[in-house]
Design a protein around this ligand. Structure first.
Ligand code: MN
Length: 713
């Protein structure tokens, strides 16, 4: 069970030091081998820095911790990556796991390396999150979106690959399984997405062994068995192909492809086929000298053996989006055996396994400085490009341009549509948090709640104890969840206000009853009226859905039998300034509502007529006494008259009715007063609570697209 990092001869005396990790000079020499201009002093400093910072920290294997970043750096040299990436690999865990800071790294290694290390550190945050907190796809998207520089992603993938190679040292089976599952669901697909097939396959193999130990053991055993029963058949077919191609003048290499337990298992599960059906098919790879030879080779194979129709794929002239190029076909060998063949040049093969990075190099053609060049170009484009679209075109990384990803201070990740604000974020975290938001901090700095969020920002919501969602937030929130929650809260607040008005009315109504109204009477009333809670009763009274008499009757059955009909339309109108016992009516010409300045006209034998002070009827000089009046404190509910001009088209009348309903105003009368297409003028009598209520309704009407004009008559 010796990992790649371990020497076969561990000393019994000092097991810590002898682990044969890559030595400092070996690492530097590896870089110099492909980049002779590399800054040796810098690489040496990075090596020493990570050794010092990680100090006596240990890996689960018992190795010193710094063996891990050194191995990750080694993996990066296999990909011939630039010195900044090598240094980043060496330093990638120092900020997360030691006392080192980004500032310190910048001071020692410059802003470029600091930015890369910071990028890897940010990606590592997701590992500290609770499992299942977010779907794997979400995390993959996040990693892609965050990896603005492909080198960050490459270091992260190498980091994960090395952790998988040393996974068996971790003693807790739960932890091993968690890491393996993460690898299978997040990192292997990511490696695939950027075309790093070698990384992908190794990660899958190691994770599969951990996650499905029985399936792994069974499949490995059966593959072993197959190989022993093969009797050189694979070699024989490879040789036959090679000879047929050589006869046509083609110089090729042919080899049988190893079957991977995981890919067999996946095919069995996905296609519901047996082990035999998967392994029946033998797979070969043909490496040719040139692109043209690929097509010549497939011509030879197709004329020598029968090919299976529909299985030919030309990814040479039309590469896959990740840059993969190869010809694929399937043949029938000796009338019974199915044989899959991939044909490609050596260059294509290297690029296919090397991934997105190599695809870049390929498109750039020959370069004097070889492997390091593609990266330099890519970085230049990333740096120079302020246009997100262009960046996307070049890196194929930022696939999720329409999403942003933001963290809570505890490191939980939330995916939101682009343009989302701290309010959207707060509601995404929890409805209560959204409701209580009064301010926000982004990366520790106070910002207005309407500030659009950027990728990777840490968002802290400042809470206020009695804060409530504001209608004005509707102007900038983008998520449906936030919209719905704000609307709900505003509606609830309105309900509460109306219920409060209702409670005042209730007290006034109850005061008219001879006996004191206690809890028992209220419970009885609720039952008789079919309400569950007091709040519903108060809301019904407040919104004028319940007449005073009905309330009294419900509280004390029979109590209203002897009462005369109530004067006026007002439900709880009291007028100050009237001689006690004098009846009154609210005038039908001006429809005064509580809040209007009023005056009374008194004629003998009639109830006092209550007019608005600016009513035209007053100007015509009615022969009556003028009485100075004002509204009683408990006055609520009267009929106001509006003139509303609607555009004559379907739905406008319903829209108006909706505005009345939303504002809890009962329509008492509705007349189509005038048709003057495209305008229809309505006169509406509305039961409203008070002047402010009426004014609010008029403003809502004026704000509507359906309404051309709205005013009080
Ligand atoms: Mn690491």
């Amino acid at each position: 069970m010796c990992g790649k990092a371990l020497s076969p001869c561990r000393s019994a005396f000092n097991p810590v030091i002898v682990a044969a990790m890559l030595r400092q000079y070996e690492l530097v020499e590896r870089v110099l081998a492909y980049d002779p201009d590399a800054d040796q002093a810098m690489l040496n400093r990075a090596y020493v820095y990570t050794v010092q910072k990680h100090g006596a920290q240990k890996r689960a294997s018992g190795d010193p911790y710094f063996s891990h970043p050194v191995e990750v750096a080694g993996l990066m040299t296999d990909l011939k990556l630039d010195q900044e990436t090598i240094a980043t690999a060496l330093l990638h865990d120092t900020v997360e796991d030691t006392l080192a800071t980004i500032e310190d790294i910048e001071a020692n290694f410059g802003p470029d390396i600091a930015r890369l290390v910071d990028g890897v550190t940010k990606l590592s945050k997701i590992e500290t999150m609770a499992e299942n907190e977010l779907a794997a796809e979400n995390l993959r998207k996040f990693l892609l979106a965050m990896s603005e520089d492909i080198r960050v992603l490459l270091v992260k993938l190498a980091d994960r690959l090395h952790n998988m190679r040393t996974l068996h040292y971790i003693r807790s089976p739960e932890k091993r399984r968690r890491i393996a599952r993460e690898t299978m669901e997040i990192y292997a697909p990511l490696a695939e997405r950027v075309g790093m097939y070698e990384y992908m396959r190794e990660m899958q193999a190691l994770a599969f062994e951990q996650l499905e130990p029985e399936a792994y053991a069974t499949l490995t055993g059966r593959l072993e068995q197959l190989r022993s029963q093969d009797h050189g058949q694979v070699d024989a077919i490879a040789l036959a192909m090679k000879q047929a191609l050589a006869a046509a003048g083609l110089q090729v290499q042919v080899w049988g492809r190893e079957k991977q337990p995981f890919s067999i298992w996946k095919k069995m599960a996905e296609r519901h086929v047996s082990f035999e059906q998967v392994t029946d098919i033998m797979a070969f790879r043909v490496i040719t000298q040139s692109d043209a030879d690929c097509y010549r080779a497939i011509g030879v194979l197709h004329t020598t053996w029968q090919f299976i129709p529909g299985r030919f794929k030309d990814y040479v002239s039309t590469p896959k989006t990740n840059g993969y190029r190869s010809l694929h076909t399937a043949l029938i060998y000796e009338r019974s055996m199915r044989v899959e063949v991939q044909i490609r040049t050596n260059e294509m093969h290297r690029l296919n396994e090397f991934g997105l990075a190599a695809h870049w190099a390929y498109k750039q053609g020959d370069r004097p400085d070889g492997q390091v060049g593609w990266l330099r170009d890519l970085i230049e484009i990333v740096d120079a490009s302020h246009d997100a679209e262009e960046l996307l075109e070049h890196t194929k990384l930022a696939i999720y341009q329409d999403r942003i990803f933001a963290f809570t201070p505890k490191g939980a990740l939330f995916q939101l549509p682009k343009g989302s604000t701290p309010v959207d974020f707060a509601f995404a975290v929890h409805t209560d948090l959204g409701a209580q938001a009064v301010g926000a901090k982004i990366n520790g700095r106070h910002v207005p709640l309407r500030t659009p969020l950027n990728n990777g920002e840490v968002v802290e919501i400042v809470k206020g104890a009695s804060a409530e969602p504001q209608l004005s937030w509707m102007g900038f929130v983008v998520t449906g969840k936030a919209r719905a929650a704000i609307r709900r809260a505003v509606r609830a607040k309105e309900r509460a206000e109306i219920a409060a008005i209702g409670r005042q009315l209730f007290d006034e109504i109850a005061g008219r009853l001879p006996a004191k109204v206690g809890k028992k009477a209220i419970r009885g009333a609720l039952e008789r009226l079919g309400f569950d809670v007091e709040e519903e009763l108060m809301h019904a009274i407040g919104s004028s859905k319940l007449a005073d008499r009905a309330v009294m009757e419900a509280l004390v059955p029979g109590s209203t039998a002897d009462l005369p009909e109530e004067p006026g339309q007002g439900r709880a109108i009291s007028i100050k300034g009237l001689t006690h016992g004098l009846g009154f009516v609210l005038a039908k010409c001006c429809h005064p509502v509580p809040g209007d300045r009023i005056v009374g006209l008194r004629q003998k034998g009639e109830p006092v007529q209550v007019h608005a002070i600016d009513c035209r009827a007053l100007a015509s000089g009615i022969d009556a006494d003028w009485v100075d009046l004002s509204w009683g404190e408990q006055s609520f509910g009267a009929v106001g008259r509006l003139r509303v001009v609607l555009y004559h088209r379907p739905g406008t009348l319903a829209e108006m009715a909706g505005i009345f309903a939303k504002n809890h105003a009962n329509v008492i009368g509705l007349d189509l007063a005038q048709r003057d297409d495209p305008f229809h003028t309505y006169e509406v009598d509305l039961e409203v609570q008070h002047l402010a209520h009426l004014t609010r309704i008029i403003s809502s009407l004026r704000a509507s697209d359906a309404v051309a004009q709205a005013e009080r008559v």
